[in-house]
Design a binder for this molecule. Sequence first.
Ligand code: GLC
Ligand code: CA
Length: 557
Amino acid sequence: MKEAWWEKAVVYQVYPKSFKDTNGDGIGDLKGIIDSLDYIKDLGVNTLWLNPIFISPQIDNGYDISNYYAIDEIFGGLEDIETLIHEAHKRDIKILLDLVLNHTSDQHPWFQEALRGKANIYRDYYLWADEKADGVAPNNWESFFGGSVWEKEEKSNQYYFHLFAKKMPDLNWKNPEVKRAMVEIAKFWLDKGVDGFRLDAFIHMIKDDFNKDVPNVPAGEIAIAEEYYANLPEVKRYLSEFISEIKEVKPDCFILGEAASATPELADSYIREDLCQTVISFDHFAERIIEQDERIPKGLEKRTLDAPEMKQKLKKWQHSLSEGKLPTLYWNNHDMPRVVSRFGDDTQYRDKSAKALALSMYLLRGIPVILYGEEIGMKNLEIRDIELFQSPQATSQYIQLLENGLKKEQALRRIASVNKEASRGVMQWDASEFAGFSTKANWIGENREMFYNVAVESQDEMSVLAFYKQLIQLKSEDLFTFGEVIFLETTDNILAYKRQYNQEEALVLVNLTGEEVVAPAWLDSYSDWILKMDSEDVIGKTVAPYTYKLYIKKDEE
Ligand code: GLC
Ligand code: CA
């Protein structure tokens, strides 16, 4: 059987608002991505995933769509996406668009129609319920963006369901019209030449009976209710009907599903010809708290990588998917802080930790998904004013931290380091005033850095950028695509694995932490292999912080 193209996909995730601005409005645009295609090609990646670019009130940076058939004017127009697809294909780069099927914007004409009343034919495109008692929401389920999932609609005295923001009502997938409409949208874009979709939040498509409450929650309070609105068995049935129709027109359409809370077992069941080709889950990350401070509430604590735990998780992801199924390999995306700040060390060991973590992840079996800027070692965006955060939670967290006695500066730093906006800073193209992203101040902010930018790193063979290019190049080899993965016994902080394919063999060894550890006893036996990548720490009996090594077995002939 001919191998599917995505088996060798290396995905580059671009957050369009933050990549490159060409018209000086401070917001990245499609022309900016088109202008950067040679840079992207030169990285060696072969697939581009764009976060949403459709018409949107931008309540959630484009995940609230009011017209799926047109490009938001901040990004450009239809002709720009056509050019982008065409120019990308010329360079053998595939394009994945972000398809949001769990919800729309409240400004979408479907919802506007639905608001007209119970008799409107679009009413049933969304999820409605009556109040439980006078002024009491239908149940106690909590929204991921805070507050109840229910919002009252005064005119009809009914509530509509929103898992995310209030202005993002959830669609009713049990209505066949919803599927039909979404299939049409997907086909429209496939017809324009896109190669697949990143499926946003699909695990939430189907909800349980609204009469169920989360148990043991005090009356009047709410609680996250994943058991009722995530990964319900019926999701597969509805998704399959949708995907099967898409595949009729484009059998090799690539579906990169976002299954945030999926375990390997669940992921395995979502990876199917008529569902997703692979999924993005958060499950493989493991962190531990490194500073006990009772003034800091849950979720805002200082954390670092929990190396032993993460190793176990990675092993599980590598070994428990069925034959032929590939996991995604990734360290960060637009919903979480940047890898070098979150799991590495963005001060003392910035380059080394960026490289070590990249090597440890991307030569495993699976499809790498690299966040724009990761390849130059971009760190978390430094947000210097609480007013600049877009997430409403930031302000309440700030107030709480100040009340608990933190200084303003400390409170800001704490929030900025865990907030998802930390990853959305603009691409650092050079060291000039606006980071080479735009000619003026931009929508979110930038880190201006002398050494961590494309201009400087392109000239430096030892840069993080040069390392990523080499790594992506290696990843395209059969050994790192098809080779078997064998984990080696090591102390907790070291991740070591072999890849084997026919006669070829490689060994990856990485110290995942900022601590010095004892070298594994078996390491000497690889001394006659070629050291292809090396952080050049002297290894006697100790392995320095963030040491990384890639050995390749010498050709026998
Ligand atoms: C996904 C996106 C996230 C968005 C949410 C709602 O999780 O990655 O950014 O807020 O879906 O669409
Ligand atoms: Ca612009």
